[in-house]
Every structure is written in C-alpha cells, then in structure tokens.
Design a protein around this ligand. Structure first.
Ligand code: BG6
Length: 559
C-alpha cells in the first residue's frame, strides 16, 4: 500500500502535497517524494525514510510550481531507497503509482529493446517509460497514458505529469483506490479522503478502469478506453479534525479512545428497541431473500477475519444457519461451494484489501450474493457488493485495526438480530433485551477505557517477556487471537492465541515464569473451565493476567 497525492491550481503545490502525504503516511512510510512542474520544467525531490526526511530536504531545496504530484511509499518491488522512491521520470513524463504491475518484467524487456534505460528497481518506472514511448508516437499526453495503461496488467492508481503539456495532470485507477477533490479553481487527487479534506469536501470516487484529466479550467472523466463519463461529486461530512490525531500520541491510541463514539455511530438510526427491530439501510437484500438463505460464508483478512470468527458464533447461535469462515486469501483457491442460496459476507475496514476483493469477485462469479461490512464509503469492496453495512467508525489511520474491529462486531450483531427477526429464530422479547444490551455498549466501553491506568500497571509487570500466550473459549477464542495479533503487530513480541481447552495439547509444555498467559475469563457458562485452565498455568509457575467483566468472582479470586 502506498499513498499518492496530486494538485493542479493556482497555489504553490508543494505545501498542499506535503500536507496530503502527511495524512497518508499510514499507507506507507519507507520513502517519499514530490515532483512539480514550473514553466515546463520538472523538478523532483525524494528521500528515503519517513516523510520528515523529505520535509527537511524541501526546507533546504524548495520546489516551486502550481502543479505537482507526491508519493509516500511502502516497498513492493525494489527495496526502500531514494532511487526507488517515487515520482519516477522518463523523458519528461513523471509518475506516482500505488499498486503492483504484474507484467512489469515483460514490459521492461520490450522497453529495453526500444532503447529505454532504467534507473530504479521498481515496477512503476515502467509506466513512465511506456507513456514516454507512446507520447513519442502520438504527441498527445492523454492518449499516450491510455495506450500505456492498456498494456499494463495488475493494480494501479496513478497520477502523471508531462513536461511538454505543463497545464495537465492525469490520474487513473484499476484495482487501487483514487479519489478526486474539486476546490475553487483547483483540483486534487489522492489515495484517500483525509489527504484533501482541509481543502475541499466535494469529492468524486473513481471506479476501476476510469481516468480523469485535469486542466486549469476543468476536469474531464472518461473510461480508460476513452468513453466520456459523467461523474457526480459527493459531499464528505468528515471534519478534518476527525482525520487527525486529536491530541493523542499516535493514531492508534486516539482510535482506541474513539470506540464509544464509533460504536454509538454504528448503532445510530438502526435500532427500534421497543419493536425489537434492526434497520440496515444499505443491506439491499429483502426479507424473502434473507429467508431463502441456506448458508453464510464470512470472508476477511487479519483483524477483520477475527471479527468474522466471532460472527460465526453469533449467527449460528441466534439464527441457526450454518456459517463458514474463510481467510480471504484462501477462499478463491479452495473451490468453495457457493450457490444462489449462499450469502457471502465480506468484512473489510478499508474496503480495498486485494484478497478480500478477489474473494468477493469469486463469490459473485459462482452466483452468490455478497454483502460487505465495510468502513470506507465508496471503497472498491463497498461498490462491488450487492449490499453494504457500513461501520461508522470514521477514518482508521493506525494500520492495526482497533475501532474498526469493535464496530465490525457491532455490525455483525446488528445483522444477526435482523436475520433472527426475519427468520423468526428469536422472539420479540429476546430481541428487545439484546438490543437494549447493545445500546448500553458505548457506556460499557467507556468504563473499560477508564481502566487504562490499571492496565498500564499490569503491563509494567510483563513488558519484558518475549513470548505471550492468549487463551479464550467459545467466542472469546477469536478475541484471544486478536489480542495475540495486536501484541505481535504493535510490540514485536511473539504471541499466540489458543482455545483454552487446547492448551493441554501442546502449549502447556512452554509454560513457565517467563511466559505470561493472558486469559479471557468473562462470567459466562465456560468460566469454570477457564478457571481450571488458569490453575494449570499457575501449577507450572506461569503468570496469569485475567481479563474479566467482574473482579469479585470466587473463581477468579486466586489470580
Ligand atoms: C492488515 C492490517 O494489513 O489488513 C489489519 O494490519 C487488517 O489490521 C487487515 O485487519 C485487513 O484489512 P481490512 O481493511 O480488509 O479490514
């Protein structure tokens, strides 16, 4: 994943692009670069490392020009270095790119035969050379871009400048996100909304296979094949502050504390508690379609997959429909059984995860209906699904998912209750009780966040450990997996999530005073068994950190 930003207008482009890149650093931060066009002259500044390095470079060697493009990179082809940083240039054609060009070696060979010489190890540089080659032949920037992109296989969102046509900026997409912003006599293009939000709220979402050409007086949309398109701008209601750190040390912390608000927003307007009803505006499947389902497949990656595992417990318990859960990168390779009676529910915060998108397309190919639980409005996954349940978590900038996860769980709960009412598997009284529990969730999460000092203290006792075990039973097992994933992703500490009952079949051998064991022990039907697992850990000298909803239970007294 990388972030791209482009600007064409009457202001200096560099500060606007830098500001946009800062808000896209979550998409990649191993190198960054900006190019501007000034009186037909292309100038490029690139730096390895975080954006701050590029900022210092620009402070010493400023860039002027009112047209420009920028990039913040997360390497795929070619190591992170200044030479591999974007923008890439060939004969006055300058390119920033997010995505992967699958046939780049084949194209590179062809271009080498034509006399092109390459200075980086990236797949992106191919695009600059291809456009240059076609520009030599056509002398028309836009058709050169169309022809070049027609030869490319893979995923791309690109923004391209041409020194010979300095009042143009062209952008296009296939498989990677791209949003266009329209200001007063100025235009923006970026991988994501926050990059432009302090300049405009009027945004147009490009679809796959579309191209936009900006000039000082207009922006013109077309397909990559050249068919003219009418695209409508949408007004984005996120405030710029919502997309910033809001005083927290980092985005992830801010997003953890945003959970009560995010959960309340996800529930808002969707619950009629007195009637025991849930209203999901974007679901699109009507009651008879929901009643006809004979199976649900939940498909997702990473944290979203953990939400899916919890979803299986919810749906099977309350709706009595068989549910399968798949990791998206496995789904399409295992010849899955999908029929017209299968609902494939894909879950994705970003709505752009390539494997989840591919699984969605596979489900459609096999004749299944697809509904997405998704956080990013108008993302590829949201657009390609038959229906969408949006999590209203707001932008999640910290890459490791937090508020998106909890709002995914809330969405799964809402969906389950809706399905249970339609299929009459739960009575109205039970639905009312469950909805009232749900409505109290933001307050309960607020209470948990109030425990932060105690949690920090507990962390002080174990922070030097190199390995952790997370245990849970039933619907707490996916939560144990999620806890272990967070520790790995954020603290670089090895951790494994395990079903508590499986501990005796292997991991028990590892337990000693150096292996803290986090045990999820809510007061439910399995608490006694979980408490027995805790005793087994303690009997081997292991340290238990129990996470529970009540401190006073007898069974937890010994921890
Ligand atoms: C990973 C992130 O790269 O992608 C996870 O680190 C996330 O936090 C996963 O859950 C899937 O992303 P998405 O956007 O499809 O939910």
């Amino acid at each position: 994943m990388c972030g791209i930003v482009g600007y064409l207008g009457s202001q200096q482009a560099t500060p606007i692009i830098l500001d946009g890149l800062r808000r896209l650093e979550y998409r990649g931060y191993d190198s960054a670069g900006i190019a501007t066009l000034d009186q037909g002259q292309v100038t490029i500044r690139r730096a390895e490392g975080k954006l701050a390095r590029l900022e210092s470079l620009l402070a010493n060697q400023p860039l002027s020009g009112t047209v420009g493009i920028g990039h913040t990179r997360w390497a795929t082809h070619g190591r992170p270095s200044e030479i591999n940083a974007h923008p890439h240039v060939a004969g006055g054609i300058v390119v920033v790119h997010n995505g992967i060009i699958e046939n780049y070696l084949e194209l590179k060979r062809k271009l080498l035969d034509l006399g092109h010489r390459f200075s980086s190890e990236t797949d992106t540089e191919i695009i600059a050379h291809l456009v240059e080659q076609h520009f030599k032949e056509t002398a028309d920037f836009e058709s050169a871009v169309r022809r070049a992109l027609g030869e490319v296989r893979g995923a791309f969102a690109v923004a391209i400048l041409c020194a010979q046509q300095p009042d143009r900026l062209i952008a296009a997409k296939q498989g990677s996100p791209l949003v266009v912003g329209q200001g007063q006599g100025e235009y923006f293009v970026a991988s994501d909304i926050p990059a432009m939000l302090s300049h405009t709220r009027q945004m147009v979402f490009l679809d796959d296979g579309e191209l936009v050409s900006f000039s000082p007086s207009e922006m013109v949309f077309s397909t990559l094949a050249g068919e003219p398109l009418q695209k409508l701008a949408k007004t984005i209601t996120w405030s710029p502050v919502m997309a910033e750190k809001g005083g927290y040390r980092h985005f992830m912390l801010k997003e953890i504390y945003e959970q009560p608000r995010a959960i309340a927003d996800t529930i808002a307007g969707r619950v009629r508690e007195n009637l025991g009803e849930v209203f999901l505006e974007g679901l699109k499947l009507n009651e008879s379609e929901l009643a006809a389902l004979d199976r649900i497949c939940l498909v997702a990656c990473g944290t979203s997959w953990h939400a899916a595992l919890v979803g299986k417990f919810l749906i099977e318990k309350h709706v009595r429909l068989p549910v399968e859960v798949d990791i998206a990168s496995e789904f399409r390779y295992r010849d899955p059984v999908v029929t017209a009676k299968t609902l494939v529910l894909v879950i994705s915060q970003s709505g752009e995860t390539a494997d989840t998108l591919a699984a969605l397309r596979e489900a459609h190919r096999r004749g299944g209906k697809v509904v997405a639980i998704c956080n990013v409005v108008e993302s590829s996954i949201a657009r390609e699904s038959d229906g969408v349940i949006y999590t209203h978590a707001g932008p999640e900038i910290g890459v490791a998912s937090t508020k998106a996860f909890t709002t995914q769980l809330v969405s799964l709960y809402l969906f389950t209750l809706h399905l249970a009412r339609v299929r009459a598997t739960l009575g109205q009284e039970k639905l009312r009780t469950m909805l009232s529990d749900l409505l109290s969730l933001p307050r309960k999460v607020e209470e948990c966040l109030g425990l932060d000092a105690a949690i920090e203290q507990a962390a002080q006792t174990v922070f030097q450990a190199r390995d952790f075990l997370f245990l849970g039973r039933g619907n707490q097992f996916p939560i144990a997996l999620e806890g272990a994933l967070k520790l790995k992703e954020i603290s670089y500490i090895h951790a494994e999530g395990y079903p508590a009952g499986e501990m005796k079949h292997g991991p028990i051998a590892l337990i000693d005073e150096h292996l803290p064991v986090v045990v999820l022990a809510p007061h439910n039907a399995t608490l006694e068994k979980v408490a027995a697992n805790m005793e087994e850990v303690q009997a081997r000298g292991g340290r238990v950190l129990a996470v529970s909803d009540r401190a006073d239970g007898d069974l937890l007294a010994k921890v």
